[in-house]
Design a protein around this ligand. Structure first.
Ligand code: F6R
Length: 608
């Protein structure tokens, strides 16, 4: 995710900013920049690429000696990673210079309002809109302008602002995106993450949503959202730099599991407007959607599991035939793809070799290609006709969690969008489905509270040699993911089966004590899956059952029952996956495995 740093003091700002940006590199980024106040003027230097490229550019330009500045590493969301889209951005003809993390959901409407008011834009970013909006409201009182901005924008943000007329001050504010202030002696710091300031100070203030900070060399002022002054307590950092990078979590995987409510919210909420799905990224008319013969869905690994869920979801909502393929199979089996078909490719990295080849194959045969990708301007994103970005932020742990959940969120949006286009969804139905989608982040938050329970289960089951996951329909798709998560990080052999298929061979592997994770959250199929639970239990399996709602009868046949909040049947995969991720995580921990970097695996698989 993007990183913010700020410095105000007596030392040269640019080395401090560069040092802070290097400490934030682990968050993932694709461009970097900084702004330093030089003799009353704000100088901006920025570039696509690494912090090392920024350093090089600084060496080649006039040396910066100013003692006040802000810096940024950008992870592209709106617009490709280019020099122009890199932060800082300026507003009001250079009066305002600003860096931003997060997503401004209503930036299109704000941009058009500002354009009408005579403001011009040089980048594709939502951040430049923020900079111009600040300039629009700025009449000499920076806190008042910031409050106006905060009242006007929708979305998430952490921002740091310099104004040319007041060069000895940095202004900062946040909502749903972290920001901390580091307190020094005759100098103060700002950062999106503690590691950036740890070399200089361990005394920090953690900004809360809606709060504004004003940093000067010798003092820091805080204001609440009404503009009233605030007294804040110092938070003394006792962690080391490495654990601080993980935001206090032991592993990136755990941090990313915890980030899922935000990833899902950021992916869904900008695309649900007044109870209606809006996908401006999709260049297909309703007529073209109605004429589609087949939707091909291709992906690898966990993204393929999203594709498996997508088949059930798109067919049941939109009634369009769907076929989900492993990209490595699709590319070589000479698939029957017809002119006018749609091919959806799903990839976190946007660089997976097989998925890219499958995309090219579908394109060559005349399909309209739509990719669901996390990394902006990656090859798959660039080569597909349309791209719908997941807003999960960079994923560092090899085993995907938050990108998986964000991909599922896009699939729900596509399902509703297609269903409306083909006339299978009334306005009222769409309103209701959108409302249930918007409840997902809070429900995921609730499920994260199962943490201790899943850790306890892992202590009981970590000696297992084989684990089976069973489910029907969407529960089968999520069984595949639960099984992969477990095996890839804990190295325990595990298989996922459509619950009705188990007795056609695999059930011979069930012996007394074999763990079976049974996912039974599809209400319409509950009785059937319960029957399969009874079958494995009769052969001595230790059953962990996931059920939606009460279902007291399950405890008679399951050793452990995990209750999933009741939700629209379509969206249960987003809920079921949370305890399964936690289970895999704790099983791996119990077995002393390297959770973030499992053996033999790479985050981006660019070879076939
Ligand atoms: C499993 C996992 C992999 C990826 C797969 C596809 O936890 O992360 O199975 O899902 O390698 O990668 P992307 O989504 O980058 O195409």
């Amino acid at each position: 995710m993007c990183g913010i740093v700020g410095y105000i003091g007596e030392n040269c700002a640019s080395p401090v900013l560069l040092d802070g940006l290097k400490k934030l590199e682990y968050r993932g980024y694709d461009s970097a920049g900084l702004a330093v106040v030089e003799n009353g003027e704000v100088q901006v230097v920025k570039t696509k690429g690494r912090v090392a490229d920024l350093e090089q550019k600084l060496q080649e330009s006039k040396p910066l000696s100013g003692t006040v500045g802000i810096g940024h590493t950008r992870w592209a969301t709106h617009g490709a990673p280019t020099d122009a889209n890199a932060h800082p951005h300026t507003g009001g003809n250079g009066m305002v210079t600003l860096v931003h993390n997060g997503i401004i959901e209503n930036y299109i409407a704000l941009k058009s309002m500002l354009e009408t008011a005579g403001y011009t834009f040089v980048s594709e970013t939502d951040t430049e809109v923020l900079a111009q909006l600040f300039a629009y409201y700025y009449k000499g009182d920076a806190v008042a302008a910031m409050r106006k901005v905060m009242q006007t924008v929708r979305g998430s943000y952490a921002v740091a602002v310099l104004t040319k007329d007041c060069p000895d001050r940095i202004l900062a504010a946040k909502k749903d995106s972290p920001l901390i202030v580091g307190k020094g002696e005759g100098e103060n710091f700002l950062a999106s993450d503690i590691p950036a300031v740890l070399k200089y100070t361990r005394d920090c203030y953690l900004l809360n949503d809606g709060e504004i900070a004003v940093l000067e060399k010798d003092r820091i002022l805080f204001f609440d959202s009404t503009g009233a002054p605030l007294q804040k307590e110092i938070y003394r950092v006792t962690w080391d730099a490495e654990s601080a990078q993980k935001g206090g979590y032991k592993h990136f995987m755990k941090k990313e599991i915890a980030e899922q409510p935000k990833a899902v919210r950021d992916t869904l909420s900008p695309r649900i407007v007044n109870g209606k799905v809006e996908l401006p990224e999709l260049h297909l008319t309703d007529g073209e959607i109605r004429a589609v013969g087949k939707i091909h869905i291709v992906a690898c690994g966990s993204a393929w599991h999203v594709g498996m869920a997508a088949k059930y979801i798109l067919e049941s909502l939109a009634g369009i035939p769907c076929e989900t393929d492993l990209a490595s199979e699709f590319r070589y089996r000479d698939p029957i793809v017809r002119e006018g078909d749609i091919c959806i490719v799903i990839s976190q990295s946007g660089e997976t070799a097989d998925t890219l080849a499958a995309l090219r194959e579908a394109k060559r045969k005349g399909a309209h290609t739509v990719s669901i990708v996390n990394v902006v301007a990656s090859t798959i994103a660039r080569e597909s006709d349309d791209v719908i970005y997941t807003m999960a932020g960079p994923e560092i742990a090899v085993a995907t969690t938050k990108a998986f959940s964000a991909q599922l969120a896009v699939v729900y949006l596509l399902g509703l969008y297609f269903a409306r286009a083909v006339g299978r969804l009334t306005e009222a139905e769409e309103q209701a489905k959108c409302a249930s989608l918007l409840e997902l982040p809070a429900q995921i938050e609730e499920l994260l509270k199962l943490d201790e329970e899943m850790a306890k289960l892992a202590r009981q089951f970590s000696a297992a040699k084989n684990v089976f996951f069973i489910g029907r329909g969407l529960d089968y798709a999520i069984s595949l993911e639960g099984s992969l998560k477990l095996k890839e990080i804990s190295y325990i052999h595990s298989e996922a089966y459509a619950a009705g298929e188990l007795k056609h061979g695999t059930i011979s592997l069930i012996e007394p004590g074999t763990p079976v994770v049974a996912i039974a959250t599809q209400e319409a199929l509950f009785e059937k899956t319960l029957g399969n639970i009874k079958e494995v239990r009769a052969r001595g399996a230790r059953v962990i059952a996931l059920v939606s709602g009460e279902h007291k009868e399950v405890s008679e046949f399951a050793d452990e029952v995990i209750h999933i909040p009741q939700a629209d049947a379509t969206v249960t995969p987003s809920l079921d996956v949370i305890p399964l991720q936690l289970f895999a995580y704790y099983m791996a921990l119990e077995r002393g495995c390297d959770v973030d970097k499992p053996r033999n695996l790479a985050k981006s698989v660019t070879v076939e």
